[in-house]
Design a protein around this ligand. Structure first.
Ligand SMILES: *Cc1c(COP(=O)(O)O)cnc(C)c1O
Ligand SMILES: [Zn+2]
Length: 403
């Protein structure tokens, strides 16, 4: 087990890969692997996180894509499951808006997904996998949006669903979970306690731990965020992707998607990823600032950005490595900046939850870590002729957060 491989960023499949039946889950830390058809969600030997391997995704040509329906299933050849016609709700291909007073910045409106957050991208792919594998029940833990997405797609797929949430979860999010018919368990203590309870509940036969954090197939759903951007910008990516980070499902999904585009020579270089945390809970921003390879141990503090208040991100080392590989950085934002950004967006007709305002807060504040000019500021000023150079997601609806 080499230290090097432990820090490896999510692997993207090589040219030697074969068909769907051969796909495997493999440990990022040791040599352990299992077929995708197993219900494994972490390494059976060392407990490390798993990546998807032996899969050769390929994006069809742009003129072929242009003939397809505006859903994320237009990227069928790049997804590890077949389109589940009875489960899909037409998710994907969310709008990309220009920002009038900030030329060059685009807003990708992912809160228009069926359950109100970008988590639907991963959840629909995971639910499709569950159906292909014939499981009868999904178990998940979440601070809200991931649970809602899993619960909605479980309902459509006719699967039982158990969701474990921290007691502090917003009423609006709890109401949504219950409406989909999920059994909701409110777990006292920090967010990790909900995860532990879900892991214990998912040890039974026929049960898939549909974890957005652990199951690597979730990242192959969230990667469609960058495929859509690539199409929406006429076959290119912006220079800078500003992304929220808690457990890293959007950051790592975006990274996987960018790697795939690069390997297929559809882009020439990886865009810079600027990942954003809340100052109240910033284990990755602190590790980044100190040049560490693993997240710093922090006490979970109060932040209105409940969706990224993750004190111990399981894929923390992968997130740090991925962001560094893009030449990016991980920054953090204060509570007043989050509130101001949320209000600012609402005045522009865009109603998001606090978590979904952190990236806009980073752009507005022109983040200056270590008092030096950040890449973000540079990106915001750069060459306007090339059109949108920085994209910010609005990835969670304000309607359900009530905060
Ligand atoms: C889940 C979520 C995030 C953070 O995603 P991670 O996978 O934890 O990094 C950010 N914003 C919203 C609205 C979310 O639902
Ligand atoms: Zn292992």
């Amino acid at each position: 087990m080499s230290e090097e491989s432990h820090r490896a960023v999510p692997s993207t499949p090589g040219p030697q890969s074969q068909g769907r039946a051969d796909m495997t889950l493999h440990c990022v830390r040791c040599r352990w692997s299992a077929p995708l058809s197993s219900l494994a969600w972490r390494c059976g030997q060392c407990g490390g996180v798993l990546d998807l391997a032996n899969f050769s995704p390929a994006l069809p040509a742009r003129d072929v894509l242009a003939t397809r329906a505006p859903t994320l299933w237009r990227y069928a050849e790049a997804l590890p499951v077949v389109e589940p016609r009875e489960i899909t709700m037409g998710e994907g291909m969310t709008p990309l808006l220009a920002v009038p007073d900030r030329p060059g910045v685009g807003l990708k409106v992912d809160y228009l997904m069926p359950t109100g957050s970008f988590k639907d991208r991963g959840a629909v792919v995971l639910a499709a996998l569950a159906t292909e594998l014939g499981v009868s029940e999904l178990v998940a833990d979440s601070s809200g949006n991931a649970g809602a997405a899993i619960a909605a797609y479980a309902a459509r797929a006719g699967l039982r669903c158990e969701i474990f949430v921290p007691v502090a979860t917003s009423e609006g999010k709890l109401a949504q979970l219950r409406a989909y018919g999920a059994n909701v368990h409110r777990i006292p203590g920090p967010r990790e306690n909900a995860a532990k309870a879900a892991m214990e509940a998912s040890g039974r036969d026929g049960v898939l731990y549909a974890s957005h954090v652990y199951h690597p197939v979730f990242l192959h759903g969230t990667k469609t965020y960058v495929f859509e951007l690539w199409e929406q910008l006429g076959g290119r990516l912006p220079d800078t992707l500003v992304l929220p980070v808690g457990n890293g499902t959007l950051v790592l999904g975006a990274y996987v998607g960018c790697r795939e585009l690069l390997e297929q020579r559809l882009i020439e270089k990886l865009p810079t990823i600027i990942a954003v945390q809340a100052q109240g809970c910033a284990p990755l921003a602190e590790a980044f600032a100190r040049g560490l390879d693993e997240p710093v141990k922090v006490a979970a503090a109060e932040t209105a950005a409940e969706g990224i208040a993750i004190a111990r991100p399981a894929r923390g080392a992968q997130i740090l490595a991925a962001v560094r590989q893009t030449g990016g950085e991980i920054v953090s934002i204060s509570e007043p900046e989050i509130r101001a950004a949320q209000a600012d967006l609402a005045k522009a007709g865009l109603y998001v939850e606090p978590t979904a305002a952190v990236c806009w807060a980073a752009v507005r504040s022109g983040i200056t870590p270590n008092d030096s000019e950040s890449r973000l500021q540079v990106a915001c000023r750069s060459d306007l002729e090339r059109g949108i150079h920085t994209v910010v997601p609005l990835c969670g609806s304000g309607l359900k957060s009530r905060k």
